[in-house]
Design a binder for this molecule. Structure first.
Ligand code: BT5
Length: 320
C-alpha cells in the first residue's frame, strides 16, 4: 500500500490530494496520512499543503523496496523485500529468515554491510553505494546441482551488465570482471539433506555506485566499480529489477529444460575457458588449461601430463 501511495505522488505533476488517493485506493484518509508519514521517515521529501494535498519533492537515493517495486517484473523473486540500511551480512539475514520459513523469492537488501562475507570466511568489502543483496530460493533439485546456481547467477548478471553497456568477463566460478578487475562476487549457500535441497541463499555483491577510493587500499589494484567505469552512477533499483527478471528467466528455463542454455550463456561471457590457470583447492594446487565446464558446472582442466580433472569448487588464478 505504501508503494501505491508513493506511486500516486510520483505520477502526479504537482500536488495530489489525500482525498483522491484515499478514494482511488479505497483506504481512509488517516491510512494515507500514515503512509505519507512513513515515506517521510524513509527519507522522501514530501510537502503538504492544507488545500492541495501532497507533493513529492525528492526521493532518497536508496535501495528501498518502494524504489525497487515499481521496476519489478518477476513472477516470485522480490515479492517480499527486507531492507535494512546497515547489516552484518545480507546472506546471514536471508539464512535466518529461511530457517524461520520465509518464502522462496524473499529478497534482502542493504546499503552497507559491516561483515560482508566472501567464500571460505573471506571478507567482502561493502561500503554504501554498492548493491548488496541476497535472496532465498527453494528449487526442487538435488543438492549436487547447487553449484549450477552460482553459474546461473553469473550468467544472468553478465547479460544485464552487457545490456547496460559494460564489457564483462566471468571468471569461474563466482567472479565477474570488468576491464580485468573484479566488480561482482557471488556467494551461494546451501541448506540440504542428503537427497533434498531445502533452500539456497544466493548472495550478490556488486561494486555499483562506489568510487574505488572507498574500497580498502589493498583491493584497489584488483577491484573496479561500475560508477568509475561508466563515469556516472547507475540506477541501482532498475538494475536490481533487471537482474532479478533475468535470473528468474534462466531459473525457470533451467528447471524446465535443463541447464544447457544457461551454461551456454555463461560460456559466451566467460574469460576462463581456453586459459592457462592454477586452481587451488584444499591445500592442493593444480596447473593446466581450462577446457570446458560440464553439465554439473564443474571446471574441466587439461593438466600438463595430458590427463583431465574436473573441479566443482576452487580458487582460480588466470595466467597472464
Ligand atoms: C566472493 O567471494 O566473491 C563472494 C562475495 C559475495 C558478496 C555478497 S554481498 C551480498 C551477500 N552478503 C554477503 O555477506 N556476501 C554476499 P570470494 O570469491 O571469496 O572473494 C573474496 C575476495 O574478493 C576477498 O578476499 C578480496 O580479495 C576480494 N574482495 C573483497 N571485497 C571486494 C569488493 N568489494 N570488490 C572486489 N573484490 C573484493
Amino acid at each position: 500500500m505504501k508503494s501505491k501511495v508513493l506511486g500516486f505522488l510520483k505520477r502526479a505533476d504537482n500536488y495530489v490530494s489525500g482525498e483522491e488517493i484515499s478514494k482511488r485506493l479505497g483506504v481512509s484518509r488517516t491510512a494515507v496520512w500514515k503512509h505519507i508519514r512513513s515515506l517521510k521517515e524513509d527519507g522522501y521529501k514530501i510537502e503538504s499543503q492544507p488545500n492541495r494535498g501532497y507533493s513529492l519533492k525528492q526521493s532518497p537515493n536508496l535501495m528501498l523496496p518502494t524504489e525497487i517495486k515499481p521496476y519489478l517484473e518477476t513472477r516470485f523473486l522480490g515479492f517480499d523485500i527486507i531492507y535494512q540500511a546497515r547489516v552484518t551480512s545480507t546472506n546471514i539475514i536471508a539464512r535466518e529468515l529461511a530457517e524461520k520459513g520465509a518464502s522462496s523469492g524473499t529478497l534482502v537488501l542493504a546499503e552497507e554491510q559491516a561483515g560482508g562475507k566472501g567464500r571460505l570466511g573471506r571478507v567482502w568489502a561493502s561500503p554504501p553505494g554498492g548493491i548488496w543483496l541476497s535472496f532465498i530460493v527453494k528449487p526442487e533439485v538435488s543438492p549436487f546441482q547447487a553449484p549450477l546456481f552460482t553459474l546461473l547467477t553469473a550468467a544472468a548478471l553478465g547479460e544485464v551488465l552487457k545490456d547496460n553497456g559494460f564489457k564483462v568477463g566471468i571468471k569461474w566460478p563466482n567472479d565477474i570482471l570488468c576491464e580485468g578487475k573484479k566488480v561482482v562476487g557471488i556467494l551461494t549457500e546451501v541448506r540440504a539433506e542428503i537427497e533434498r535441497l531445502n533452500y539456497l541463499v544466493i548472495g550478490v555483491g556488486i561494486n555499483a555506485n562506489i568510487s574505488s577510493i572507498d574500497l580498502p587500499q589493498e583491493l584497489r589494484e584488483q577491484a573496479a566499480t561500475l560508477q568509475d567505469i561508466l563515469g556516472i552512477p547507475i540506477n541501482r533499483p532498475a538494475f536490481v529489477a533487471a537482474f532479478l527478471k533475468k535470473w528468474e528467466e534462466l531459473y525457470f528455463l533451467s528447471l524446465e529444460e535443463g541447464f544447457a542454455e544457461t551454461l551456454n550463456i555463461w560460456r559466451r561471457n566467460n574469460i576462463t575457458l581456453g586459459r592457462e590457470l592454477t586452481i587451488k583447492i584444499g591445500g592442493k594446487e593444480i596447473r593446466g588449461k581450462a577446457i570446458d565446464i560440464d553439465e554439473k558446472g564443474a571446471l574441466i582442466i587439461l593438466k600438463k601430463d595430458g590427463t583431465k580433472e574436473s573441479f566443482l569448487a576452487g580458487e582460480v588464478t588466470l595466467s597472464k
